[in-house]
Every structure is written in C-alpha cells, then in structure tokens.
Design a protein around this ligand. Sequence first.
Ligand SMILES: [Zn+2]
Length: 487
Amino acid sequence: MFNKRQSIYRSSSRRSSSGLSVIAMLFILALAGAGAYFLMRDLSGPSVSLSPETSGRIGLAQPLELDMSDKSGVQSVTVTVKRGEKSMTVLQQTFPTLETRQKVSFNLKETKLPEGAFELEIRAVDGSYAGFGRGNATTLNLPMVLDSQPPRIAVKTGPPAMYRGGSGLIVYTVSEDVEKTGVRVGDLFFPGYRQDNGSYVCLFPFPISMRTGDYLPDIMARDLAGNETSSRLLVRALNRNYRADTLNIPESFLNFKAGELAQLCPEEATPLAQYLCSNNKVRISNDATLIKVAADPANNSGKFLWSGRFQRLPRSAVKANFGDFRTYVDGNRQKIDEQTHMGLDLASVAHAEVPAAQAGRVIWVDYLGIHGNMILIEHGLGLMTQYSHLSEYGVQVGEMVKAGQIIGRTGTSGLAGGDHLHFGVLVGGVPVQPLEWLDATWVKKRAGGRRARPAAGMAGRHVGEEQHHLAHEHFLLGLPGHAVAGK
Ligand SMILES: [Zn+2]
C-alpha cells in the first residue's frame, strides 16, 4: 500500500513537475518574444528627404525627388500643397510591395500655383503593425516659395570685341542667388565666380579652333528653383591671322627622342609611327586632361590671384608663336602631319630658370605626354599658365607662388627637339593667346585682376552704382533680338 501510494505520489509529483516546466518555458518564450518585440518593434515613421535642396524655393516644373526609407518598408506617400485655405494633392501613392527604400519623383506643374509662399506637406507611412496595423507616419510641413521667374543678368563690363584665340572677362550681376551661372561657348562651359561685392566675374575664351561666324557665346544663370535664363553675349568676333610654319622631323630628331617616343606610343613599331601617334592620339588625350584638370573645383580659386600683366621667360627668344599652323615634313620634305601650336616657345640658355608668370597656386607638377615634365599654375577664375618640357621642378602641388618666383628649369622633355620653354595660357583648360596676358595695357583694360578697372567706355562707374545698372534695360539680357552685353 505504502509503496503503491508512494509510487502514485511519485508519479503524480512527476506529472506535476513536467506541467510546471512547460508553463515556465511558455512563460520564458513569451517574455523573450515580448522582449524581442519591444526591442525590434518599429516606433517611427519612414525617414524622408526631399531633393534638390533649394533653400525653400521651387519652380513649377522643377523635378523633385522624395527618398524614403523605413526598416518595416515604405507603404504609402502623399504630397499636398497648401496655400491659405486651399489644398491640393499632387502625389498619392501606395506601393504594391513593402520595400525598405522608395524613391518617387513629382513636380508642381498641375497645381498652377501663383508666385509666393505656400506649404508643402509630405506624409509617408511605413508597413509596421503600429497603431493596429495603420503603420507609423512621418509628416513634414515645409514652408516654400514658388519662384517661376528666371534670374535677370546685367552685364557691367565686358570686352566690346574678342580676337580668335583670345580671352574675354566679363563682370555682371544676377538678380537672385543662383545654382549655376557662366558663359557657354559651343559645348564648353566657363563658370562665373561670385566676388565679395556680390558681382560675378567670368573668364572665357574665343577658341582658336572656332571661326568668327560660329563664335556665339551665351551667358546663362539658373536660380535655386531651376529657372534658367540665357542670352547671347554681343561681343564682336574678330579674326586674327596666325602664321604658317613648317617643322622638319628628320631621322636625327626621331633617334634623339626614340626612348621617349617608344614610351608615349609603345603600341607603334617605328619611331616615325610613334611620333605621329604622339603628335595626334597623345596630344588629343593631353588636351582632354587639361580640360579635366581645369574643371576640377579643387583646382579653381574663385577670385583673382593675379594682378597686372604676366611675365615671360627672361632673356629668351620666341621660337614659335601661339596659333602657328605647323606642317610637319620628313627628311625628304614630304608632309607627314599638321597641327596648331598652342603656346609660346621661348628659348634661353639650356636649363634656364623658369619664373612663375604671375602669382598663383601650383596645381600640377608631373609628366604629361607631349608636354613632358609640366607645371600648371592656377591664377583664379579658371585661368592657368602652363610650363612644358622642363628638366627640373622647383615647386610642389599646392604651393602658392609669387610672380617671378623660380618654379623649375627649361629642358627637352616631351615632344621638344631643343631646350626651350613651351609657355601656355589656358582659360578653363582651353589654350589662349599668351601675348594678350603678357601685354600690360591689355591686362589693365580687359583683365586687370585685383587692380581691375572698368573696361574702356565704362569708366566712371563704380560698385555703388550696381543697383542702378540692374535697372539698365539695354544691359539686361534675356530678350530675343535685344541681346546686348558689354559694349
Ligand atoms: Zn611649344
């Protein structure tokens, strides 16, 4: 009996203990689940960002993009425009699948909003079970200003005329803050730089490769709301005849340069083929590099680093001019190539000290194809000077140099037969006539830098009259057929 009871007791005790452990385990599981839920549950709505960042100014047709993300997935988004009592939904979208990131584009064209202030409400909902399955919502109420007016540009000073191969500098004002402004020349763009007094300065070239009839520079400005204005700059395009020159490429030259030519064009078999490849393929690639270097904002001070004229290699003879149209002939006087020379070749004694033509910042100290060992100095506003075929460097990238400071020594590196300096002046990476920049009168009148004076015929105007000029209709651009700029 006793034994049996004991056994009964034991067995019941066993049953009871296993029942307890199940409950305990369920309890622990429930706690863990709740803990996990509390730890992992989604308490906030999607993060929402609107681009582009326009400082609250929006144009009607401006494309806008919403970038939303949420760990539970983005369920829906609604965009409403509110103005006074009125409101209008411009976007309402529920996404078919829950993705952690969604991007949608919209614009305000349909709203036909008038100019002025309004509110943009953006409401995005996530796919969590919060709020009994309604999800978490993020609501942004953004104060905005509708701006459909393009900026107005007033040119204060500019060149009345430019020579083919030359440079032009304009000073102008824009009626509002801009996202982009500058001068377009064909496919090329030359940015304008805002100065401390609020005006913009833009330096641009008349590329020697363009014909006078094709030279139609446009000035443009685009405001933060995406409204753009552009107009023809009325600058008389003057032709300048450049010299024709014949360059001998004898066997002796090819032998002298054999090692370097083989490095420039290893894929070609003969020194002549390597030379022709260097003078064409490598030249084109080098030109593209110069444009790229100039376009890098890191290589561009937005202000005048120069003051007054530029100086050339002292005690040197001019061996070739900018714009020389060169016909290359071989030892038998047979034409093998033709190219336009894009700088000033200056010869002094061998390994002559090379001074910086003007104050600036060194942005390139390296070998570049046909230029050999080359230094580039930027002088601000997209202006650079180039020193090619060097034998020695005396400066480093990033160094600020003074006008006349020795930066290296002349040599024969790259496509140079004899020791000389190839001196180039580049505007936005495009080679221009260096003689303008070496001419004190031209620089003072057209590109004076820190001591800049108004261009001829504009004398007597000063910064205080800026507002007055904004109202000067004949300087205002943007009217077809009325495009007038400068003089
Ligand atoms: Zn040269």
